[in-house]
Design a protein around this ligand. Structure first.
Ligand code: DGT
Ligand code: MG
Ligand code: MG
Ligand code: MG
Ligand code: MG
Length: 279
């Protein structure tokens, strides 16, 4: 066959399998959303429609990829988490990242008009996202990653809320507000908000302060009695039938969008199935 002559080009493809038995986080981020949010006149500092649209697209990604355990979103970014036992696409980096990025982008664009009915999408201001995969070798580090993103959300939101209140309500110029906020700590910003504008930061909406966490809400039922099959499965691995059962349960489970602390243990202890990957 003539194709034999050309087949050697296959050898140029590099393997990109992610280390086994590690958490995989695929983080996507909107490209140039500074410009995009200006063009479509997103409300500053937080546009509820824009965040709801991000969350709606992420819910669809979770539905399409039952292997995902949890996702966390803030601003124009979303982190999607695969369990260490995940074998999707043989854990190939590019396959995982490109599938998440394109699935998310497709839904984001499809749902756009629901959230911005008066602002049809127009080139060159079309939403696109970049993506990367990072692996984490322990649950502790995975949780620290999630905490890092939520702390970032809080820090940025406190800054943005204070900055835009000073500008929009206080009539300050952008440069003056920026100058005054330089070197301030959280307590200073809270004080500016409260003393000057009567705003108690604690009363701001949770979605802005905490970001959005998406997870599967399993029905609270006892796990089905196991068949001998699974007991023979090697430790740390799941048998085919076990995997199939999990997949079915995952497909059926409702996906919850919550705005809640994920730094402290409470969230995880009350939902042990999220990290254990068992119903
Ligand atoms: P990149 O990610 O390097 O391509 O560049 P950007 O412009 O996407 O920068 P990034 O991701 O660091 O920052 C996100 C931008 O999106 C930031 O400029 C503010 C904007 N943005 C996100 N959510 C909202 C929102 O709810 N309201 C408004 N007004 N802007 C938002
Ligand atoms: Mg970026
Ligand atoms: Mg961005
Ligand atoms: Mg961003
Ligand atoms: Mg194909």
């Amino acid at each position: 066959l003539i194709s034999i002559r050309f087949e050697y080009v296959k050898e140029f493809e590099q393997p990109d399998i992610l280390l086994p038995n590690t958490w995989i986080v695929v983080r996507i981020d909107g490209r140039g959303f500074h410009k995009l949010s200006d063009h479509y006149e997103f409300i500053k500092p937080n546009d509820r429609r824009a965040l709801d649209l991000m969350n709606a697209a992420a819910v669809e990604v979770m539905k399409e990829l039952p292997d995902l355990c949890i996702a966390y979103g803030v601003s124009d970014e979303f982190s999607f988490v695969f369990h260490p036992t995940c074998q999707l696409f043989e854990r190939r980096n590019a396959k995982l990242v490109t599938t998440i990025v394109s699935t998310f982008t497709a839904h984001y664009i499809y749902l756009w008009s629901t959230y911005f009915p008066a602002r049809p999408l127009q080139p060159p201001y079309l939403p696109s996202f970049d993506g990367r995969a990072v692996i984490y070798p322990s649950t502790r580090i995975l949780r620290d990653y999630m905490s890092w993103r939520q702390v970032d959300c809080h820090i940025n939101n406190l800054y943005n809320t204070t900055f835009w209140t000073m500008v929009l309500q206080g009539g300050m110029s952008n440069t003056d507000a920026e100058q005054e906020l330089k070197g301030t700590v959280s307590a200073d910003k809270n004080e500016i908000l409260f003393k000057r504008f009567g705003i108690n930061y604690n009363n701001e909406e949770e979605i802005y302060k905490k970001g959005s966490v998406l997870y599967r809400q399993y029905e609270l039922e006892e796990p089905k009695p196991s068949t001998g099959d699974e007991e023979n499965a090697p430790e740390g691995k799941q048998s085919r039938s076990q995997q199939d059962k999990l997949k079915k349960l995952r497909r059926k489970a409702q996906i919850v969008v919550d705005h809640i602390d994920i730094i402290r243990d409470d969230f995880w202890e009350r939902r042990p199935w999220i990290l254990s990957n068992k119903p």
